[in-house]
Design a protein around this ligand. Sequence first.
Ligand code: ADP
Length: 454
Amino acid sequence: MPGKLSLDELKAAVAAGEIDTVLAAQVDMQGRLMGKRFQAEFFLESAVEETHACNYLLTVDMEMEPVPGYRSASWEKGYGDHVLKPDLGTLRRVPWLPGTALVICDTLDHHTHELIPHAPRSVLKRQVARLEAMGMRAMAATELEFYLFRDSFEQAHAKGYRGLEPVSPYNEDYHIFQTSKEEEVMRAIRLGLNGADVPVENSKGEAWAGQEEINIRYADALTMADRHVVVKNGIKEIAWSKGHAATFMAKYDYEAAGSSSHVHQSLWSHEGQPLFHDPSAEHGMSALMRNYLAGLLTHATEFTLFLAPNINSYKRFMVGTFAPTKAVWSTDNRTAGYRICGLDTRAVRVECRVGGADLNPYLAIAAQLAAGIAGIEAKLDLEAPFSGDAYHGEGREIPRTLRDATAALDGSAMLRAAMGDDVVDHYVHAAKWEQFEYDRRVTDWEIARGFERS
Ligand code: ADP
């Protein structure tokens, strides 16, 4: 892939004066890249082995508030450092930033140099390792939807993120003409990402004014999660450089469609055989795939928090909007939370449609792998597929609130066994803080409704 860099290629590019800056970044709980910009020579001299950051980075909320009450880091413990260990397999050029390369880092304990269990990359690595031990590899793709605006980030901020003008004046789902008008940004995004070791399949207009979708080629689960965070950060940087704001909020406006991140998943043997495919079975779905999907459905409520981690995420689950409200499965039916794609082909796979564009891909994929493994281990039977309009049918409801999803995660024996109690407790605490912060705020909605008339 263009843009992938070996360490030797980085050294040569630095020597040639082509690269002068290396970004070394970990991923935080919100799925954001957090780290430092290294002078390239110093990166090669030192940070290539390891660097460090304040360990509050795995306790902060969206606002960088050092949230109290975590066991791993606190004022009492003095907020020390943790180690950022570059994963050199993720080293890549960042074509849209001059002279710049990026490496994603694992987060290690400062004293033991062990992976910090609740760091998102560690959480996913743990489930990937479980599958490896079972002789399987998970392949995944996380589609991303987002909104693009005529306003810049600076203008949007100055307007309080209200009254923004989307790049298109109308619903541009699949539109070629409208998306041609957006090519100055979208083409730069596709080409930029492709030049950063992120193979783009396509971009398209999505189902509201200003809404876009980008599809990236599927890969093993960890590589895909790494691509996802590079894509999100890259889209914001490229949009910003061209004077546009972009948002990945699950629901930025009550009237507008929500933005999702559908997660495609399949299991393969180490020899590259698609284990979800059985040509002789119904829809080409193997018994293993049926067990895996049954695991997803059985535990769907418990891992919702990892697909919808914010207060805002739950505003997206609305009837008749293409965002699902039921955790049921179906073949080629976009009203169901789980859809089977690639029926009767080697590419047969599960598409989970529940997650919002605000999900953390490492956690979302890890939680689903854990549920799938539970389904395989228990050889769970798959219920009958749903047909018809799932919005108005019977079936397992997706939790409607962060509060309900938090309680379901807290009570999940499956996720506690798969991820570890400390990891589950960590994310339950993060969710409770998000809820606490929201509960005491006065919203625009309350003021508009009550100020004069109550
Ligand atoms: P949609 O109509 O939902 O956009 P696409 O056909 O565009 O579906 O595919 C969506 C994603 O699925 C792409 O990112 C693609 O790389 C990925 N994908 C294709 N085959 C597999 C597979 N076997 N396992 C996981 N993901 C896959």
